[in-house]
Design a protein around this ligand. Structure first.
Ligand SMILES: [Zn+2]
Length: 169
């Protein structure tokens, strides 16, 4: 397990419905994204209390993102900030960025009529996203040029977080 020193923030949409971090953890477990966290104990206990999978000496956290922002603006913690992500292989971003995902599918090609989740970020999501980004920029001293949509990462072959997502900071 590699310790993450975040130099970037990468923003995603989940490309799906408004579901909890724990639900997405289940999806990502099937993709083999799980990582065992053994310490610190209060953190391990918190994940167990939230329903993540307890194993001998720790807990398995599979959700690939570090943060998930729900449609109502609630920010749910994904994997701990100090753990490598599983959200963007391009340009080694799993090892040097914090991954933030908004629930919904903001791509007009993939989700033209909302059949795959809400079609654009809710105002509450954008408010929470900006607050979170400013907080992360501050504590990790990340410049705003290093705050990227997934599709803007070098060599990333994706439309994520969709053409209906727009961020001005
Ligand atoms: Zn993405």
């Amino acid at each position: 397990m590699e310790r993450l020193y975040p130099r970037f923030i990468v923003i995603h949409h989940t490309a799906g419905f408004d579901v909890s971090a724990l639900t997405i953890d289940g999806y990502h477990a099937k993709q083999g994204f799980g990582i065992k966290i053994s310490s610190p104990k209060p953190l391990v206990d918190e994940y167990i209390r939230r329903g993540f999978r307890q194993v001998t000496g720790g807990v398995i956290v599979s959700i690939g993102y570090h943060y998930l922002i729900r449609a109502d603006g609630t920010v749910e913690k994904g994997r701990p900030d100090f753990i490598q992500g599983a959200h963007c292989t391009a340009d080694q971003m799993n090892f040097r960025s914090i991954g933030v995902a908004l629930t919904g599918n903001f791509d007009s090609k993939d989700n033209p009529r909302g059949q795959k989740g809400h079609m654009k970020p809710t105002p509450a999501q954008m408010t929470s996203l900006k607050e979170l980004i400013f907080y992360l920029m501050e504590i990790y001293q990340i410049p705003k040029e290093h705050v990227l949509g997934h599709k803007n990462v070098k060599h990333a072959a994706t439309r994520c977080p969709g053409d209906r997502f727009e961020l001005n900071i």
